[in-house]
Design a binder for this molecule. Structure first.
Ligand SMILES: Cc1cc2nc3c(=O)[nH]c(=O)nc-3n(C[C@H](O)[C@H](O)[C@H](O)COP(=O)(O)OP(=O)(O)OC[C@H]3O[C@@H](n4cnc5c(N)ncnc54)[C@H](O)[C@@H]3O)c2cc1C
Ligand code: SF4
Length: 469
């Protein structure tokens, strides 16, 4: 803690987003960066608390006070070493982590002005790449093998950890490239895909082998498909049982492939899509992939309705804007969360359930809460609108889930295209041989990149323990 009074005199300063008129026309990252001086000044605000809640709040156990201090003192290399002692990919979390550590920062709990850990993290790793601190680390081999199924954040962190421990690691991925939802879900305006490619080049040089278009089946009998993606490795199929015989350990990191559906009348109409149909296709188009006109999911000149008020819905809004939509409405079945830095009914250490306004919301969107969807309406097979009903939630006298009460009459929201962004089903897995492990969203249900990374590290340690017996 180089400057013990900084937190008293210096306020939180975020880099902020590019202006709307500038960013809305492209898919470049919306977030800006501070210059090095301002970044170090921000790092100086960290109080180096005796009991740092941020260590505990970060699922990776990252140590912001330690690297913020090094950053403030201008020792970027030390900051990089401290950061990567717990986090394999700070370039991902530094861009898209909701910063659980900042919610736990004492400066948030007292002043609502936490340290800028996430942005500091991103600055440290980007500086490290620029200055060549990031080196290829070739480990010595221990003669054992591991196969990781799925190359999302959980798979990449498992593979990295096992590789560094000396295992010969192969990653089998159904899609044509690695990254999981980092590449085929999260829009480029939040995470430029070159950031993933840069890391993959390093991992390959470090000896991890990636095989694409390989569809791993959970059992010899079943043929679980990955939702909405007919392009997936249909030709190369292999079962987990076969892999468990061939490799010393198998780690399943296949995420949550099934999106929650809305099975109301009219679901079959042309124009009703899962959010990931839009998001994964848009990212693929930006990567140079071509689609036939009939296959394109595009919001140009359309009235867009997003069903689901969370982050996936927000990513659909930003994408629809960039495609040139006419209007966007987002509806959510739950009530509007309280506005403000905190909800007294839900104090820390609970996650602050307050209204979140993302860069995509700022770009323009009608947001409504307490809206239930009743029916998709259409003409000649094409969607024209959605019949919805305003509702209220009342406490259930018998306890449990609150009761939904209808308010007023149903109404119609005009829509040419709908995106369903209502979350993902928790995967269920059959019983596996004892050398099969599960990590990330595949184990815990849909969550966050930082949790997937943490889960990958934890499972890699378990695999190592198991194979070192
Ligand atoms: C639209 C969207 C936006 C999000 N935004 C954020 C955000 O801003 N911040 C954040 O922290 N989190 C965000 N998340 C959540 C985050 O992306 C996930 O929690 C995280 O990616 C989970 O990592 P994972 O590796 O467990 O699974 P995934 O990322 O889903 O990766 C699973 C991988 O396994 C592959 N696979 C699946 N089945 C098979 C099979 N049978 N054979 C071979 N390969 C297979 C898939 O192709 C995929 O590459 C977002 C999620 C979505 C959907
Ligand atoms: S990964 Fe997320 S929670 Fe952990 S230190 Fe970074 S921003 Fe904070």
């Amino acid at each position: 803690m180089g400057n013990p009074k900084a937190f008293l005199t210096i306020g939180r300063k975020e880099a902020g987003y590019r202006p709307i008129h500038d960013r809305i026309h492209d898919f470049g990252e919306v977030e800006q960066t501070l210059n090095s001086n301002d970044r170090r000044t921000q790092a100086s605000r960290c109080m180096d608390c005796g009991v740092p809640f941020c260590h505990w709040a970060c699922p990776l156990g990252n140590k912001p006070p330690e690297w913020n201090d090094a950053l403030y003192k201008g020792d970027w290399e030390l900051a990089y070493k401290l950061l990567t002692a717990t986090n394999d990919f700070p370039e991902f979390t530094g861009r898209i982590c909701p910063a659980l550590c900042e919610k736990a920062c004492i400066l948030n709990l007292t002043e609502h002005e936490p340290t800028t850990n996430r942005e500091d993290e991103c600055a440290i790793i980007e500086h490290a790449f620029q200055e060549d601190f990031v080196k290829v680390r070739i480990p010595s081999r221990n003669g054992k093998t591991a196969v990781v199924i799925g190359a999302g954040p959980a798979g990449l962190s498992t593979a990295t950890q096992l590789n560094q421990k000396g295992y010969k690691v192969t990653v089998l991925e159904a899609r044509e490239n690695a990254g999981g939802l980092l590449r085929y879900g999260i829009p480029n305006f939040k995470l430029n895909k070159e950031i993933i490619n840069r890391r993959l080049r390093l991992l390959e040089e470090e000896g991890i082998e990636f095989k694409y278009g390989v569809h791993v089946l959970e059992s010899d009998k079943s043929d679980t498909n990955i939702q909405n993606d007919p392009t997936l490795g249909k030709d190369k199929k292999v079962s987990i049982q076969e892999l468990a015989k061939k490799y010393d350990a198998v780690v399943l990191c296949t995420g949550t492939p099934t999106a929650r559906d809305l099975k109301i009348p009219g679901r079959e109409l042309n124009g009703v899509h899962f959010a990931l149909e839009l998001l994964s296709q848009q990212n693929r188009v930006l990567a140079g992939m071509e689609f036939k006109k009939g296959e394109l999911v595009n919001a140009k000149d359309k009235n867009v309705l997003v069903i689901g008020g969370g982050d996936t819905g927000s990513d659909c809004i930003g994408t629809a804007h960039r495609q040139g939509c006419k209007s966007v409405t987002q509806i959510e079945i739950m009530p509007k969360p309280p506005v403000g830095p905190e909800d007294p009914k839900n104090p820390w250490p609970n996650w602050p359930r307050t209204l979140k306004t993302t860069s995509s919301h700022e770009e323009g969107c009608t947001r409504r809460w307490n809206i239930n969807s009743l029916e998709f309406l259409g003409k000649d097979g094409k969607l024209t609108g959605v019949k919805v009903q305003e509702i209220d939630w009342k406490p259930n006298p018998e306890g449990g889930r609150p009761l939904m009460i209808e308010k007023g009459k149903p109404e119609i929201i005009k829509a040419d295209i709908v995106f369903l962004a209502m979350g993902f089903l928790r995967p269920e897995h059959p019983e596996f041989p004892e050398n099969v492990f599960i990590a990330g969203d595949a184990a815990n249900g849909a969550s966050l990149v930082v949790r997937a990374l943490a889960s990958g590290r934890k499972i890699a340690a378990e695999v190592d323990k198991y194979l070192s017996k």
